[in-house]
Design a protein around this ligand. Structure first.
Ligand code: LLP
Length: 415
């Protein structure tokens, strides 16, 4: 692909240079149409049976993005009190939120209970705690289906090496604790891991969870988790996740399960990245170019405080270069190997190492692709830098500030 920004018409005719000048850099820029489109796709993964997608909002909790999810008709999952509060503020009714927590306090659980938000417990201890503070309550349990998947060992959330879920051999203990506290187990859920383009492990985990579901009578829902991947190497024409094929195979598994189980509970999945990653980019400014021991460093304002994924997981993000408002194409003759880095006091503060890029000049803009998921939501104020602003290219082509840049006054407000 020559240029994703152009192919997707990401800025809808707006000049990225003007946007950068008006709102400053580093800047998160989202495209409403792309986000709506991906949310609609996940909402229709299963059409034959009762099905709901939960947007996993840990990927991005900007209120405007949550409102898109709400309007498209997807539900949402939350991992913390903060995420539950953001979803409530965006207008989600409590019953459309699913609190999938891990190692939380009784107080945080109480927040969900008091607000009528359905909850899943992911250990026997947490189930017991829930029973103690909410005798007779309804809840789901998170099962470790024994199969994991993901782009990095840090994001594999099932299988043998993870803190998540209750192992299959402990299922009888779930029933004992439920009986002791008069709990009704209404759902089971799982999440195998994040960012797979090949759905084989996910589908294997579906089989396992459906087999395990047979041990639970009368479930109201079964939630298979998220993890659908996106093509991070899109400039090299990486193929996208084959949603159509996936839907077909997924549905066939449900076809076989329902007659055995005797009824069709509500089926759910929990995609996060797929919904928002491709609908977000970061605009950053080049402030310095230098050679150190034969390596050419492109110094920008997109540090690991703005996007931590490359330094945390060695993740690849395609980067386009914008000079005077125009994309500089990756014309083979013009490529040169560079290391693009940020302005943070760590040598690991790099967006990409030794990458073939088109010629970059001081004051150019870089546009980091696929930053809509786990971008802003993982940014920090490291080196006491201000969190960036976020703008939306709306469906009508207008550019809207959807979260202002942090200020030094905000920082001092903690004292
Ligand atoms: N459900 C549960 C219970 C999860 O733990 C996660 C992600 C999701 C759903 C959504 O997964 P997705 O569809 O987005 O893959 N920060 C890492 C990813 C961590 C994922 C954690 N759990 C990254 O930047 O790649």
């Amino acid at each position: 692909m020559r240029s994703y920004i152009e192919q997707a018409d990401f800025f809808k005719g707006n000049d990225p240079e003007k946007i950068a000048e008006e709102f400053g850099t580093p800047l998160y820029v989202y495209n409403e149409d792309i986000i709506r489109d991906r949310m609609r796709r996940v909402a229709n993964v299963i059409t034959k049976y009762p099905y709901r997608a939960n947007y996993s909002c840990k990927t991005n909790t900007n209120l405007d993005i949550l409102k898109i999810a709400l309007s498209v008709g997807v539900n949402a999952d939350a991992m913390s009190e903060g995420e539950m509060r953001m979803l409530l503020k965006a207008g989600f009714p409590p019953e459309r939120i699913f609190y999938v927590c891990n190692n939380v306090s009784a107080d945080e659980m109480r927040f969900a209970i008091d607000n009528g938000i359905p909850i899943s417990l992911d250990s026997l201890d947490q189930l017991r705690l829930f029973g103690e503070i909410n005798r007779g309550g309804r809840c789901a349990v998170r099962i470790n289906p024994g199969v994991g998947a993901g782009h990095h060992e840090k994001v594999v959330t099932a299988g043998k090496k993870t803190k998540f879920g209750i192992a299959e051999e402990d299922i009888d203990k779930i029933f004992d604790i439920a009986a002791e506290h008069d709990l009704k187990i209404v759902g089971i859920n799982q999440h195998v891991g994040s960012q797979f383009l090949d759905a084989t492990p996910f589908l294997a985990a579906v089989d396992n969870l459906l087999r395990i579901a047979m041990k639970f009578g009368d479930l109201e829902f079964i939630d298979f988790g998220g993890g659908y991947g996106i093509p991070y190497h899109k400039l090299d024409d990486e193929k996208e996740f084959d949603m159509e094929h996936f839907s077909k195979e997924f549905t066939e598994k449900l076809d076989r399960f329902i007659p055995q189980y005797g009824s069709a509970p509500l089926f759910k999945s929990e995609p996060g990245r797929y919904c928002v990653a491709e609908g977000g980019v970061i605009l950053g400014r080049v402030h310095s170019i230098k050679q150190n021991s034969g390596i050419k460093y492109i110094g920008t304002d997109v540090g690991m405080n703005v996007l931590v994924r490359p330094s945390m997981y060695d993740s690849w993000h395609d980067i386009e270069v914008i000079s005077n408002g125009h994309v500089v194409y990756r014309d083979k003759d013009e490529l040169e190997k560079v290391t693009v880095c940020g302005n943070i006091c760590e040598s690991g503060d790099v967006l990409c190492k030794d990458r073939e890029m088109p010629k970059i000049a001081d004051n150019d803009l870089i546009c980091v692709l696929d930053a809509g998921a786990y971008g802003y939501s993982m940014c920090s104020s490291y080196n006491t830098r201000l969190r960036p602003a976020e703008v939306m290219i709306c469906s009508d082509g207008s550019v809207k500030l959807i979260r202002r840049r942090e200020t030094f006054e905000d920082m001092f407000a903690f004292y």
